[in-house]
Design a protein around this ligand. Structure first.
Ligand code: GLU
Ligand code: ZN
Length: 287
């Protein structure tokens, strides 16, 4: 299949219904894709069964429909892609790019200093996580909104987990595997994932995958400056007034709120035509 020139995606974790912050992310990736005549895909990131539910996936799908955010092709569920993640994991381990880590999560600093690098898979017996051995010193990419982002691997990234101690595949590995599998060329998502991008690029290089373009948009925060999320008890978006919610989301993205549009279809058509990356504000949006 020829590689499409623009394939975007929205990839929610089904931990609950969409809140305003996730609507803004969905809308930004949708508008950027459609403005560039791109394909837009939906991927449900149901990798972590205890935290997620089928019900939430259904709710998210219903919400996106009611907002007129229609995707192309079939929805992909990460829960159906586990074998492929394990193939990637095996490949990385066979090439010596990983090691088993038995450190307890509570005692390890967030930027892991490689304490278990000397471990081999034959030498560990206790439950272990699997980390990527990061030896590139510097990782750099050009963000579509933030410009050049540069990370010192040792002090800002560290050897990160790609398979958890409980056996679950870590988000970083699943995401980069799926972005490649789906032929994603452009990723528009919240700036809370900027550091993850550095990790995903490191993984993509190790796996010889094509690296997509990344664009991060500011996140929506509550009045205490905390990102809207299930943990901060963000309320689900009100599906009964999609026009109002879409206007608020456009406003958060610095775009014209299309007050004259009479329905979501019209609003989205105008918003797609007028979408401008340069108008997206570079600071977190308080909601
Ligand atoms: N599933 C992740 C989340 O909901 C987002 C993944 C991504 O966009 O790469 O936070
Ligand atoms: Zn360790």
């Amino acid at each position: 299949m020829a590689r499409e020139s623009y394939v975007g995606r929205f990839a929610p974790s089904p931990t609950g219904p969409l809140h305003f912050g996730s609507l803004v992310t969905a809308l930004a990736s949708y508008l950027d894709a459609r403005h560039n005549q791109g394909v837009w895909l939906l991927r449900i990131e149901d990798l972590d069964p205890p935290r997620e539910s089928r019900r939430a996936s259904k709710e998210i799908i219903t919400q996106l429909h009611s907002f007129g955010l229609c995707w192309d092709q079939e929805v992909i569920y990460q829960s159906s892609r586990i074998d492929s993640y394990h193939d990637h994991l095996k490949y990385l381990s066979e090439k010596g790019a990983t090691y088993p880590c038995t450190c307890s999560r509570k005692k390890t600093p967030p930027i892991y200093p490689g304490l278990c690098r000397h471990n081999t898979f034959d030498s560990v017996f206790n439950p272990y996580s699997i980390r990527l051995h990061v030896d590139e010193l510097q990782i750099e990419f050009r963000d579509l909104f933030y410009g050049i982002k540069s990370y010192d691997s040792r002090t800002e990234i560290g050897d990160f987990i790609i398979r958890r101690k409980d056996g679950l595949i870590a988000y970083q590995l699943a995401v980069i595997a799926d972005d490649a599998f789906q032929g994603i060329t452009h990723i528009i998502r919240g700036s809370d994932l900027l550091d993850s991008t550095a990790k995903q690029i490191l993984l993509a290089k190790q796996l010889s995958l094509v690296i997509p373009s990344y664009g991060h948009i500011p996140v929506v925060v509550n009045n205490q400056g905390k990102k809207l999320s299930k943990q901060t008890h963000a309320s689900p978006i009100d599906n009964s007034s999609p026009l109002t919610m879409l206007r608020l989301a456009l406003k958060a993205l610095g775009q014209d709120p299309q007050i004259l549009a009479k329905n979501t279809k019209k609003l989205l058509t105008n918003a797609v035509n007028n979408w401008e990356r340069s108008l997206v504000p570079m600071k977190n949006y308080i909601y």
